[in-house]
Design a protein around this ligand. Structure first.
Ligand code: ATP
Ligand code: MG
Length: 239
């Protein structure tokens, strides 16, 4: 399996309300693509559509190797190497850190492989190793975000989608999380689609940047170029 996603003319919405309009987007294998845009631009809707929570009304979604994801339901995405870290984190607060992590690897039948990945997660996220018996509700915001990320990685995805991972985190912690994404890209070739309110940080860590406005892509360029485009920033991003 290889990472990378190709969206071709994707439209989607809720009932009669169309939110996404004809989205063409290629997420290059082994790269980080940041999607930025104002509140209500359709960023979360885009991730919901890619992960099969919403059925597109038009267009197709494929993995780089050609496999069609357009009609794959959300519960099967993990088998296609696509994992989501949802908005507001998706940690099960009643379960311990270790139980949450194991959930992410449950679809693997091979228990030993799951144990190995678990050990890797504790290496990657040291704070979690120290708190493996703690319940989700006892964690700090940063620890919880690490846990959500760790749980998604337990599935060994090729494509990792994140919806505002730094929401509510101190700048230092969010920098840590974003730095980790870069490390994963470099060390494992992970493909990342990152949604972030914090535009500066997102574009600093990303290879490619996409600006979404009212459900349409209005710019798609190398991240460094986007970050320097003051007109674009003023018009769509408000800074
Ligand atoms: N379940 C829903 N039913 C109907 N409309 C919805 C639903 N979820 C979102 N919308 C609408 O779709 C549009 C896009 O919402 P979406 O959550 O994708 O935006 P977003 O870019 O993620 O915003 P934010 O930055 O605030 O998270 C908004 O107008 C929103 O009101
Ligand atoms: Mg959102």
């Amino acid at each position: 399996m290889t990472g990378g996603l190709v969206l071709d003319g994707v439209s989607a919405g809720y009932g009669a309300v169309q939110v996404l309009h004809n989205i063409d987007l290629t997420v290059a294998e082994g790269s980080i693509t940041a999607v930025v845009g104002a509140n209500g631009a359709g960023k979360t809707t885009l991730l919901r559509t890619i992960t099969g929570q919403l059925r597109p009304s038009a267009g197709s979604i494929r993995i780089k190797d050609g496999r069609d994801l357009t009609r794959v339901p959300v519960e099967e995405m993990v088998r296609h190497g696509v994992a989501l870290v949802p908005e507001r984190r998706g940690v099960i607060t009643e379960l311990t850190v270790e139980e949450n992590l194991r959930l992410g690897g449950l679809w693997r039948k091979d228990r030993r492989a799951a144990d190995e990945v678990l050990a890797q997660m504790y290496e990657l996220f040291e704070p979690l190793a120290r708190r493996r018996k703690a319940a989700g509700h006892q964690l700090s915001g940063g620890e919880r975000q690490m846990l959500a990320l760790g749980r998604a990685l337990m599935a060994a995805p090729e494509n990792l989608l994140l919806d505002e991972p730094s929401l509510g985190l101190a700048p230092k912690v969010s920098a840590q999380i974003l730095g980790m994404l870069r490390r994963l890209r470099d060390d494992t070739g992970l493909t990342v689609l990152l949604i972030e309110q914090n535009v500066r940080s997102a574009l600093a860590v990303a290879d490619h940047g996409v600006v979404l406005n009212l459900g349409r892509i209005v710019a798609s360029r190398p991240a460094a170029e986007l970050a320097e485009d003051t007109d674009l920033r003023h018009t769509y991003l408000g800074f």
